[in-house]
Design a protein around this ligand. Structure first.
Ligand SMILES: NC(=O)c1ccc[n+]([C@@H]2O[C@H](COP(=O)([O-])OP(=O)(O)OC[C@H]3O[C@@H](n4cnc5c(N)ncnc54)[C@H](OP(=O)(O)O)[C@@H]3O)[C@@H](O)[C@H]2O)c1
Length: 269
């Protein structure tokens, strides 16, 4: 893109969406483009991002900037932000959606994949928030949508690292939302239950009881719900009535029992 030396202010503002190449992130991009946002979309799969950019430009007339990035790379988040700045885009909305998990006990799981999930789910999310928040607070407006999970509410034997990363996302979001009160910047933790996307296949959890044979809510449905919650400024948005009841009941359940129940649900069968 030609650098005119001037900052670009689109009608609705720019939203940066991580993990926009598939699943919930891709659907969030569709929902937000339809609602007038200009988008910076990022993930590793540049081909899919370019296809998405063409679709959103054609269907919604949206401005879409594609910036591929590997967020498991310690330099990934800062490079992404540098590129956003080089293109002189003012990001009013940050959607930290990129994430991954790995099914199986820690004893036998692949360490590189576990560490990658911590880097993407926790490190990159924290770093992107840290980089983009000062501008939002200075302008007195901004929104952060962090995609957590119902996994955030209890320990998850069989997927210990993933559940712990999502507990981090939930607690981080709640604390940050509190810190930012009165600044014009809101933080929302979206907590979907199991959702139809590429996630289960990537995590090798197709045979897990809570997934197998169940009709799962679509990524599009979850994205619409998350977007509306973010626009309302809701701090914790749990998708689905059953998930909301379970999240609440976990609070009243002794931790060892909650962990044992979670272990049963996470078993294959
Ligand atoms: N599906 C569920 O059941 C479910 C439930 C609760 C919460 N969630 C959360 O929802 C979010 C979206 O997941 P999804 O269900 O939509 O799964 P998905 O279809 O697998 O999408 C994951 C996205 O994250 C990106 N990503 C993965 N590793 C990356 C890396 N190293 N660098 C940059 N981007 C990376 C992927 O893009 P590339 O591969 O192109 O890099 C992809 O766009 C995740 O945070 C997940 O934990 C999912």
């Amino acid at each position: 893109m030609k650098d005119t030396g001037r900052r670009r202010w689109p009608r609705r503002g720019w939203a940066l969406i991580t993990g926009a190449s598939s699943g919930i992130g891709l659907e969030l991009a569709r929902v937000m483009a339809a609602d007038g946002w200009s988008l910076v979309v990022t993930a590793r799969n540049e081909t899919r991002l370019n296809e998405l950019a063409s679709e959103l430009a054609e269907v919604h007339g949206a401005s879409v900037e594609v910036i591929p990035a590997d967020l498991s790379d310690p330099r990934g988040p800062s490079r992404l932000v540098s590129e956003v700045e080089a293109r002189r885009l003012i990001v009013d909305v940050l959607v930290n959606n990129a994430g991954l998990g790995s099914y199986g006990p820690l004893l036998t799981s692949d360490l590189a994949t576990e560490l990658c999930s911590i880097d993407v789910n926790v490190r990159a999310l924290t770093e992107l928030s840290k980089w983009l928040l000062p501008g939002m607070v200075e302008r007195g407006r901004g929104r952060i949508l962090n995609v957590a999970s119902t996994a955030a509410f209890q320990p998850g034997p069989g997927m210990a690292v993933y559940f712990a990363t999502k507990a981090y996302v939930l607690h981080f979001s709640e604390a940050l939302a509190h810190e930012l009160k009165g600044t014009g910047v809101t933080v929302t933790a979206l907590c979907p239950g199991v959702t139809a996307s590429g996630f289960q296949e990537r995590a090798h959890m197709e045979n897990v009881r809570m997934v197998k044979g169940r009709k799962l809510p679509s990524s599009a449905e979850v994205a619409r719900y998350g977007y509306q919650a973010m626009m309302r400024g809701t701090t914790v948005a749990i998708h689905g009535l059953v998930s909301r009841i379970l999240a609440f009941s976990v609070r009243l359940t002794p931790r060892p029992l909650a962990t044992a129940i979670s272990s049963r649900i996470m078993a294959e069968g």
